[in-house]
Design a protein around this ligand. Structure first.
Ligand SMILES: Cc1cc2nc3c(=O)[nH]c(=O)nc-3n(C[C@H](O)[C@H](O)[C@H](O)COP(=O)(O)OP(=O)(O)OC[C@H]3O[C@@H](n4cnc5c(N)ncnc54)[C@H](O)[C@@H]3O)c2cc1C
Length: 372
């Protein structure tokens, strides 16, 4: 049985690993001239790592990442709103979260796949009965996995009435320090009014940071680092120093799929990852949900099982969970980073300050607690 996977992002590569484990012959079609990842770092929550374990690459990913011990939440002047006992969280979930460079993660996934399964310069234009059509030719397929991201060509073709991706009102910058960070690093998420800043250590000692703020869609600056500095340059240490230590800054507007899809499956085609449920990054769950999708798809599509039954099973198991995580992620952005009114910001901060640590841990564990 042949599976063609459209898109070689985290979701597509994990789907390839998962289906190969179930005996499928796989081809991954990627439109870019080479497989890789734009972007800085990424946090892999416990459920993402559990999923990668199920795909046989968890140990290698852990070896190349850095335990992300979230120190808690701070205000821009450096006061702590909440401290998190990362060890207790990791014990509850069976694994700690991890910070890793996206290129490193991609490298681990690619190394676990046979080069012959990976085709670049192959932009898919359509799915036809029994085949996928791309700029590199036609590829026969018994199963098509559409892992082609938030602007999915295949979702557009086969789910024509689906609501298009929508800007959520927040724009985000990401960077990685040029060199390993000297000395101690206090890891935290800092929430101001309408703005947040996060710090994530990477495996090689460098630091991934992100900043997000409310802005009209498409706002751009000739000097993106200066734009970030104008917003958080007077925040607590080490925020300004991290900006100083970074040369390249990426800037993207945050979008999501505003309406949940009624199904992730049409005939032999399954949507996966952002193509199915693009969400805001507030819970750090987008890639984690793509990895979960891949594990469940591989487990559902076992040899000899009718494909229609397997895909219905995949849809049943994945749609409710991924859509509820997407909803929660959007909500957290609305009541967290996006709040600007001083009274509401003060109320939010008081709520974080007075939430008992046990309750905070439980709510953090809620979405990351998943077993294949
Ligand atoms: C600012 C920000 C921070 C984030 N932080 C986190 C985090 O900390 N943790 C986390 O879990 N998630 C995070 N996410 C979400 C995460 O990045 C995405 O959910 C995840 O990368 C989605 O993977 P994917 O493979 O589904 O899609 P994508 O990564 O978009 O991959 C799609 C691939 O398909 C290819 N493609 C597209 N169209 C075609 C076509 N027609 N033919 C062939 N190939 C095609 C693309 O080139 C691309 O390689 C963050 C997102 C943002 C924006």
């Amino acid at each position: 049985m042949r599976a063609v996977i459209v898109g070689g992002g985290i979701g597509g590569l994990c789907a390839a690993l998962a289906l190969r484990r179930s005996g499928w012959e796989v081809t991954v079609l990627e439109r870019a001239p080479r497989f890789g990842a734009v972007g800085a770092g990424i946090t892999l929550m416990a459920n993402a790592l559990t999923g990668l374990d199920a795909l046989g690459v968890g140990a290698e990913v852990r070896a190349q990442g850095s335990i992300d011990a979230p120190g808690g939440t701070r205000t821009p002047d450096g006061r702590w709103l909440a401290r998190i006992n990362a060890g207790e969280l990791a014990a509850a979930l069976g694994t700690a979260a991890l910070g890793i460079h996206r290129a490193t993660l991609h490298g681990v996934l690619l190394a676990a796949l046979p080069p012959a399964a990976l085709v670049t310069d192959a932009a898919v234009t359509a799915v036809e009965p029994g085949a996928v059509v791309c700029t590199a030719g036609r590829h026969p397929a018994d199963l098509v996995v559409a892992a082609d991201g938030i602007d999915s060509t295949i979702r557009h073709q086969l789910w024509p009435s689906a609501a298009p991706p929508r800007y959520v009102g927040t724009t985000a910058w990401r960077g990685v320090t040029d060199e390993p960070w000297p000395g101690e690093l206090t890891v935290a998420i800092t929430w101001g009014a309408g703005t947040e800043f996060g710090i994530v250590p990477l495996g090689d000692g460098r630091v991934y940071w992100f900043a997000a703020t409310n802005a009209p869609e498409g706002t751009r600056s000739p000097d993106e680092k200066a734009a970030v500095r104008a917003i958080v340059g007077d925040w607590h240490d080490p925020v300004p120093a991290l900006l100083d230590a970074t040369t390249t800054v990426l800037h993207h507007d945050l979008r999501h799929l505003p309406e949940p899809l009624p199904t992730y499956v049409r005939g032999p085609v399954a949507l996966l990852g952002d193509a199915a449920h693009a969400m805001t990054p507030n819970l750090g769950q987008g890639a984690a949900q793509a990895i979960e999708d891949a594990v469940v798809l591989g487990a559902a599509c076992t040899p000899g099982r009718p494909l229609a039954e397997a895909l219905a099973d995949y849809d049943d198991r994945r749609r409710p969970r991924s859509q509820s995580v997407a909803r929660a992620s959007y909500r957290i952005g609305r009541v967290g980073q996006q709040l600007t009114q001083p009274m509401l910001v003060a109320a939010r901060n008081a709520a974080i300050r007075w939430t008992p640590p046990r309750v905070a841990l439980r709510s953090m564990a809620r979405y990351a607690d998943w077993r294949p």
